[in-house]
Design a protein around this ligand. Structure first.
Ligand code: PLP
Length: 393
């Protein structure tokens, strides 16, 4: 006879029960309950959403726009998104059937995986990477295939490794450059090589462009704009990072009408429409938010330079990230594992960083430090880091 616990467990979906919880959130529950903690943890801008964007959200409420929108999203927003992707990314999409507004890139990513994955399909991604990739692929019965990136190559892709990992079961490749958590980017030869592999093996490319505005050393085109790629690319983007709009929860997916149509079907049954007030705010962001976005971008660049220098001065080796807002220092010189480093640094100096292993096994030996924090907090965190590293000697 099964005991109660076993019975309860059997009621649950086995493949979800087997997934670990996100390594980021667990850690921050701990930090939340301590006083005086400086958080370089959660990947979210410390800036408040720019005023004109907030005002647009307020105005939409005042005008009574509190109902659902079209399942695809406000037509005015889809039109602005398509205009933006054409002017800034060289990608042409129709607002009628090639653009879907979602609840953040989080939903857009999940829809993309659900729309293309049949059980047993293999999906290649680069690791260390955003925490959702592995879990989402598994949730929808795909097989995650990891291609590791490494510090000595600037956390860029190893095209030969990707080639070797393609099998008849490969369905898609996920690209997220600039990368969370490493800040690595690709060069144009690598981008072209990945595109050629995708065409040769008839693969879909999911391009998670969420950090694409936040590059510091020259911006590459999106892979979706390369010849032959539009028809096999799902372009994901949103407003959370570059426009400091995490809480407004607006993202989008653009791609071939057949794929967007399937994504839309799932979205229709599970979400209906993205938050209406967030959609009005997003229209404003694209119309007038660019100067504010650029100011934040410049400020991240200043913070990046300070944090990288400070980490190297403190005795860690820190790759200079080329985009996003994360530093990913190598902590192996301290003799601690990523998990122990993060835990001890929190306990002893009250600075929260994320163990590199939260982003996959290949993140061992690193921690992620988000520099979307005030300069004052960054400088204080660096002072505490120096004390911490010294105390380990
Ligand atoms: C690489 C990447 N993709 C997607 C997301 C999800 O962002 P959102 O759902 O807020 O748009 C994040 C958030 O940290 C991210 O880092």
């Amino acid at each position: 006879m099964n005991d109660l616990k076993t019975l309860r467990k059997e009621r649950l979906a086995r493949h979800i029960t087997a997934l670990p919880k996100s390594g980021i959130r667990d850690f921050f529950e701990l930090a939340k309950n301590m006083d005086g903690v400086i958080s370089l943890g959660v990947g979210e801008p410390d800036f408040v959403t720019p005023k004109s964007i907030r005002q647009a959200a307020i105005d939409s409420l005042e005008q009574g726009f509190t109902g659902y929108t079209s399942n695809l999203g406000l037509y005015s927003l889809r039109k602005e998104i398509c205009k933006y992707l054409e002017s800034d990314y060289g990608c042409c999409y129709s607002p009628d059937d090639e653009c879907l507004v979602t609840v953040g890139v989080s939903e857009a990513f999940e829809l993309a995986i659900r729309a293309i994955t049949n059980p047993g399909d293999e999906i290649i991604y680069f690791e260390p990477c955003y925490v959702s990739y592995n879990a989402t692929i598994k949730m929808f019965h795909g097989i995650p295939i990891v291609s590791p990136t490494c510090e000595k190559n600037g956390f860029s892709v190893d095209v030969e490794d990707v080639k070797n990992k393609i099998t008849p079961k490969t369905k898609a490749i996920i690209l997220n450059f600039p990368c969370n958590p490493t800040g690595g980017t690709l060069n144009s030869a690598q981008l072209k090589a990945i595109a050629e592999l995708a065409i040769k093996h008839d693969l879909i490319v999911i391009a998670d462009e969420i950090y694409s505005e936040l590059t510091y050393e020259g911006r590459l085109p999106s892979i979706a704009s390369l010849p032959g790629m539009k028809e096999r690319c799902i372009f994901l983007h949103g407003f959370s990072k570059a426009f400091a709009m995490t809480g407004l929860r607006i993202g989008y997916a653009c791609g071939p009408a057949d794929i967007i149509g399937i994504m839309m079907k799932i979205h229709q049954y599970s979400i209906m429409s993205a938050p209406t007030l967030g959609q009005y705010a997003a229209v404003e962001a694209l119309k007038t938010g660019r100067p504010e976005m650029e100011k934040m971008h410049e400020e991240y660049r200043r913070r990046r330079d300070v944090i990288v220098q400070g980490m190297n001065d403190a005795g860690l080796t820190c790759f200079k990230p080329k985009g996003a807002f994360y530093a990913f220092p190598n902590i192996t010189g301290t003799g601690l594992s990523s998990q122990d480093f993060a835990m001890k640094f929190l306990e002893q100096q009250k600075v929260a960083v994320v163990p590199g292993t939260a982003f996959g096994d290949s993140g061992e030996g690193f921690v992620r430090c988000c520099y979307a924090a005030s300069m004052e907090n960054i400088k204080e965190a660096l002072r505490r880091l120096e004390l911490f590293v010294k105390s380990l000697k």
